[in-house]
Ligand binder design. Structure first.
Ligand code: ADP
Ligand code: MG
Length: 752
């Protein structure tokens, strides 16, 4: 058996199991071993007979009693039944249509029964439980002598399994099984924890375990007191004590962060050898460009611009992440970098300029950037193009030098390819192969966390002209995000990027007033919103859903919907104001139309889903009311309210949770008190769990790795070890196992 083998080679898989495994992307032995338990159950502990609850899947260890076969009165099918008794009591077991069960087991046998608690209160039974015989051998180890039923899909076996069945100083029939832990795997339709336990035990007891080599150098394991890969695999799936699971999880957490760091450090080392365009705009030119802004740049903006220009002058590709709270003015920074780029002539060429590609996650945003750029570049004779899925534009129009015009896609692509359009803004449509540049020197990715890994990579890999005298040149990369991410995540996911923070807001901005709206305060909040509307301001109302919930699922999804809420507001609350809706299922042209109307103040209240989260800029909108607020992460709520801090008017944010749990309120209170988005991101990480972390889901980090991000020390240790290794062995030639491991993980490692 080899870890790369397909599961089907060693396990008999039923169709249902095969499908369930496919959904979990578990195809190989390795993937199976890296499918970790979500938790552990202790037989005799939480899984005591006395504690079972209707509907739960339980594993109980006890002694069989009163086994017999009957025939059901109504359905005329054979039924085996009996009882399982442990220290806490007994529970009925029933098998339908399996008359042989009662004959296979004897009363008094100690077994582990796993199945679903069925029936009704007071008359609970376990339906069709799987039984595993557990008995002691001469070494005091439990032997498991399962008779796998056919659905298990595993070959029958009865070999000794160490680990989960160990029981110390106890005699047969003694039910003090406090040391028995069962791994419970994340719930998935069609496949049970029991199946995983069996499959993994089978794999771990085969010769495979002996052949597992640990890629992590032993010195590192020793230094941080981490178990070897072999022990960690056994301990995480089949622990004898919970202590072992903790040690194993620590190892896998370290390992994941370490491999990511290693791959980042390797990429960085590679980048250091690449060449890029040297951007040569003079400081006077830059100063003049910034003078033309309708505002004075903040200190943080100026500093960011200086850093970026410094990077771009060096002739090596810049890889920089610009992180700044919503409304901190990142667009102006990007525009200045773009300006410096288009002021620079291609090396060895007297005509033409270097080019800029600026990618935004939505059409609305791309369009808005296009319009901002037209203003920023008003006084310069520079062509700007816009490419989106629904159409292309060019500025200026031939007929009217002040206006943009629609042009055909093919015409636009021609002008981009021959360099006549130096600045191209667009959605992911920019990534398409057909979009070719002549001298692409700067790639700007706005709201970068909104893009998939591959999308970002593809754009960053677009080349300028291949036959440049200087050889292949890689464009500079400026990634921007308003998503404040915790330091550990930044160090890990963006380990190969340099980080610049814009930690200052434009002067004159008043801090937003945030209020948590309880049910009885809703009318009050509406009255305050009305005051704002009367003063000429506009408002957003954010709902978690687009449509009314499907009536069958009404309970699970009581969240307000854009469509219904907009009708209700018009009818009952704000009849005198114009209200429209915006959501992701609308046609792009309808979305644009609504956004344009909102920007022109033809709409007073925009009822929307979180599509408005990303960068939308309507300065006159100063109020945002968020329904179902607990459904959003704190960082996301922070971004949403950022939509209304776009001017010097006082802005208001109302967050209205559906439920009134104390936890919800406590969590939302952080919004009122937090000084900035970074603080909220840290809180998201600690409170909501890493899975919910903005930027986390997209990053491809597993749950266990995300857990590790709560631990700055661990992340720093993994980072410094990885850097040391790469410093001495850039290509990992002296570390073949590590090199192979990175390859095996290539799909999950390359997310940035
Ligand atoms: P974000 O960082 O969220 O992308 P934007 O670049 O969209 O923010 O800027 C938000 C608003 O602030 C825009 O209307 C922009 O013109 C304005 N702005 C940017 N920088 C400044 C500044 N230094 N002073 C005043 N207003 C500014
Ligand atoms: Mg922005």
């Amino acid at each position: 058996m080899h870890e790369g083998d397909l599961l089907a080679k060693h396990l008999r898989l039923s169709k249902d199991h095969a499908q369930a495994l496919e959904r979990l992307s578990i195809r190989t032995i390795r993937e199976l071993l890296y499918h970790f338990p979500a938790r552990y159950e202790q037989a005799g502990g939480e899984a005591a007979v006395a504690n079972i609850a209707l509907g739960a899947e339980v594993s109980l260890v006890g002694v069989l009693e009163k086994l017999e076969t009957k025939r059901s009165w109504k359905r005329k099918i054979p039924i085996s039944e009996g009882y399982l008794r442990d220290q806490s009591g007994k529970v009925k077991l029933m098998w339908f249509n399996q008359p042989y069960i009662a004959k296979m087991y004897m009363d008094g046998t100690t077994v582990k029964a796993t199945g679903k608690v069925t029936g009704s209160a007071g008359k609970l039974y376990i339906a069709n439980p799987h039984l595993e015989k557990v008995s002691l051998d001469e070494n005091g180890l439990f032997r498991s002598e399962q008779n796998f039923s056919k659905e298990n899909g595993l070959a029958e076996r009865s070999e000794e399994i160490r680990g989960p069945f160990r029981r110390e100083n106890s005699a047969e029939g003694d039910l003090s099984v406090a040391h028995t832990f069962f791994a419970i795997y994340p719930e998935t339709k069609g496949i049970s924890s029991l199946w995983f336990r069996h499959a993994i035990e089978k794999v771990l007891t085969q010769s495979l375990l002996e052949s597992v080599e640990d890629p992590i150098p032993p010195e590192i394991l020793k230094k941080y007191n981490l178990p070897s890969l072999r022990s960690a695999l056994v301990w995480i799936h089949a622990p004898e004590e919970l202590k072992q699971t903790v040690a194993a999880r620590k190892r896998f957490a370290f390992e994941e962060i370490f491999y990511i760091q290693l791959s980042r450090a390797k990429e960085r080392a590679l980048q250091a050898h690449e060449k890029s365009f040297s951007i040569e705009a003079t400081l006077t030119e830059i100063a003049a460009f910034m003078e033309s802004f309708p505002f004075k740049a903040t200190g943080a903006q100026t500093k960011a611009i200086e850093t970026i220009l410094h990077d771009m002058r060096a002739g090596r590709p810049m890889s920089r992440l610009l992180e700044g709270d919503v409304g901190s003015g990142k667009t102006a920074v990007a525009a200045t970098a773009a300006y410096a780029t288009v002021r620079t002539k291609p090396q060895g060429s007297k005509v033409g300029t270097l080019q800029v590609a600026y990618m935004a996650p939505t059409e609305i945003l791309a369009k808005q950037h296009f319009e901002s750029f037209i203003k920023y570049f008003e006084e310069y004779p520079i062509n700007i193009g816009l490419i989106t899925g629904s159409g292309c534009y060019k500025f200026p129009s031939k007929v009217n030098r002040e206006k943009a015009t629609t042009i055909s896609r093919s015409q636009l692509l021609k002008w981009v390819a021959n360099g006549e359009i130096p600045i191209v803004i667009g959605t992911h449509a920019l990534i398409e192969k057909a979009v070719q540049f002549k001298h692409l020197a700067l790639v700007v990715i706005d709201e970068q966390h909104r893009f998939g890994t591959n999308q970002r990579k593809k754009l960053a890999q677009k080349k300028g002209e291949v036959n440049l005298p200087a050889g292949r040149q890689v464009p500079h990369l400026l990634s921007m995000t308003a998503t404040p991410i915790p330091r550990t995540l930044a160090l890990t996911v963006y380990g190969d990027l340099d980080l610049t923070l814009i930690d200052q807001m434009p002067v004159g901005r008043k801090p937003i007033i945030t209020k948590i709206v309880k049910k009885e305060e809703r009318a009050n909040a509406y009255a305050e919103i009305r005051t704002q509307l009367e003063a000429g301001r506009q408002a957003y109302v954010i709902c978690p859903r687009i449509d009314e919930p499907d009536p069958d699922k009404a309970f699970a999804l009581m969240a307000k919907s854009v469509k219904e809420e907009s009708k209700r507001l018009k009818k009952d609350v704000f009849p005198e104001y114009s209200i429209e809706i915006l959501h992701s299922k609308m046609l792009p042209k309808d979305k644009d139309e609504v956004m344009a109307k909102f920007a022109n103040h033809e709409i007073d209240i925009l009822v929307a889903t979180s599509v408005v989260e990303v960068g939308v800029n309507v300065p006159n909108a100063t109020v945002i009311f968020i329904e179902g607020a607990e459904r959003f992460g704190l960082s996301q709520l922070h971004q949403l309210r950022g939509r209304v801090v776009r001017s010097n008017h006082q802005a208001y944010c109302y967050v209205c949770p559906e439920s009134k749990g104390e936890q919800t309120t406590a969590r939302l209170k952080a919004l009122v008190t937090a000084k900035n988005g970074f603080e909220l991101a840290e809180q998201d990480l600690l409170q909501r769990g890493p899975g919910e972390l903005a930027g986390g889901k997209q990053s491809g980090i597993s749950d266990i790795g995300m857990e590790a991000l709560k631990n700055l020390k661990l992340v720093e240790a993994a980072r410094s070890e990885a850097q040391t290794i790469i410093k001495n062995d850039e290509q990992l030639q002296k570390h073949p196992l590590l090199s192979r491991e990175l390859q095996a993980r290539a799909n999950t490692l390359h997310f940035e």
